[in-house]
Design a binder for this molecule. Structure first.
Ligand SMILES: *[C@@H]1O[C@H](CO)[C@@H](O)[C@H](O)[C@H]1NC(C)=O
Length: 380
């Protein structure tokens, strides 16, 4: 009895060993290549339960790139003409009736540094104005980046935001004029780009700025726009409107332009001009005036024979988009067969005596609404 039990335990041990999941190994486990090179990885499996299915995937579960190929028996993964995007982890997965196992490989794809500047220049900046240039850098391993002035070995102070190295001048001086170079190097390849800065105007040239560059006002409001200017001697500020005289209800005091009771015709670009003996500088504000709709009906009165067609057009001035809705005064709904369009038309193909009545159009935009009536008389 005792030996039988021992045999049972022994057998169950053997059985659990025999039912193990496949053992997966990969060769090599990591590889570092350059862009354009190729590499292969082999996946090997030990298993005493057959058959075993092999599968290669990306560890992040994305699809394999099209330059990554699997050999006929599924064990070899080849990356041909490697691209930066092939960088990452891959996984060989083995599946059998006894279970599943996997092993990871890591592919490092190095590629040369590349820099890109925005703006590209040449930059013509007035004395006292601000400017910044961004140098965006790619490359693996991560390149080291320097900004220098051409002809100087001094490294300039920059601000770094992710892969962008930004050089800033809060207020340019004539002596800042020159060529600036952004260099990147990651021992796979170097790259550089340069930008020319030209500071124009003597010190003391005016620089104008407005407190708001774009605004929307509603009809009837009072609007103020403030213009300030730096420079020496203190610049004189004047205001004008692009291709039109300033609105009649305007005033200017200390560089502040005030427009009272604005209307739709006051929409447009306002220009602040700061002038002194060294020159002038302009700053701009775009203003848009929104107005509620004003609706009319065309015609507003009509007399028709039964059987004739009816067409009423509702027209509206005001800020777009404008929506139109038609109804019949004193009744819930429009006559059967009446059609309306998005453009404000009401149509009845063949009118009946019972269609006599007053029709109302309501025009609505985001500011307000307006209504207009049309009287329709049908008589034989
Ligand atoms: C600004 O002033 C300068 C010099 O007075 C003038 O030449 C220029 O046309 C003005 N600009 C505008 C928009 O009025």
């Amino acid at each position: 009895m005792g030996s039988y039990a021992a045999a049972l335990i022994f057998c169950s041990l053997i059985c659990s060993v025999a039912a193990q999941a496949p053992v997966v190994t990969v060769e090599p486990r990591t590889a570092t290549i350059r862009q354009g090179e190729s590499v292969s990885f082999r996946c090997q499996v030990k298993s005493n339960v057959q058959p075993v299915q092999l599968e290669w995937r990306r560890a992040n579960n994305q699809a394999l790139p099209d330059n990554v190929k699997i050999g006929p028996d599924g064990s070899v993964l080849t990356v041909a003409n490697a691209r930066p995007g092939n960088h990452g982890q891959y996984r060989c997965v083995a599946n059998s009736a006894a279970g599943r196992n996997f092993a990871n490989i890591v592919l490092n794809v190095k590629f040369p540094s590349k820099v890109q500047l925005t703006p590209t220049g040449p930059l013509r900046i007035r004395t006292g104005e601000s400017v910044s240039v961004e140098c965006r850098v790619t490359g693996r391993p991560r390149p080291t980046v320097t900004w220098k002035r051409r002809g100087s070995t001094l490294q300039l102070v920059t601000q770094e935001i992710n892969d962008a190295h930004i050089i800033k001048w809060p207020s340019v001086r004539p002596e800042d004029s020159g060529v600036y170079v952004c260099q990147a190097d990651n021992n796979v390849g170097k790259s550089e780009a340069e930008v020319e800065l030209v500071v124009v105007g003597p010190p003391g040239s005016p620089v104008a700025s407005v407190n708001i560059e774009e605004m929307t006002a509603i009809e009837g409001q009072t609007v103020t726009i403030e213009c300030t200017a730096t420079g020496f001697p203190t610049p004189v500020i004047t205001w004008s409107k692009l291709r039109a005289p300033l609105p009649w209800k305007h005033s200017v005091a200390d560089g502040v332009l005030t427009l009272t009771d604005v209307g739709r015709q006051d929409s447009g670009q306002y220009i602040c001009n700061a002038t002194n003996i060294h020159g002038y500088s302009e700053a701009y504000t775009d203003m848009e005036v929104d107005t509620p709709p004003y609706a009319t009906c065309l015609p507003d009165q009509v007399r028709l024979q039964p059987g004739s067609p009816l067409v009423l057009q509702c027209l509206a001035h005001g800020s777009h988009p404008i929506q139109f809705t038609w109804s019949r005064v004193g009744r819930g709904s429009l006559p059967v067969g009446a059609e309306t369009t998005r453009e404000g038309k009401l149509m009845i193909a063949s009118v009946k005596q019972g269609d006599t009545g007053t029709y109302k159009c309501v025009a609505t935009n985001h500011i307000g609404s307006s209504e207009a009536m049309a009287k329709v008389i049908i008589k034989a």
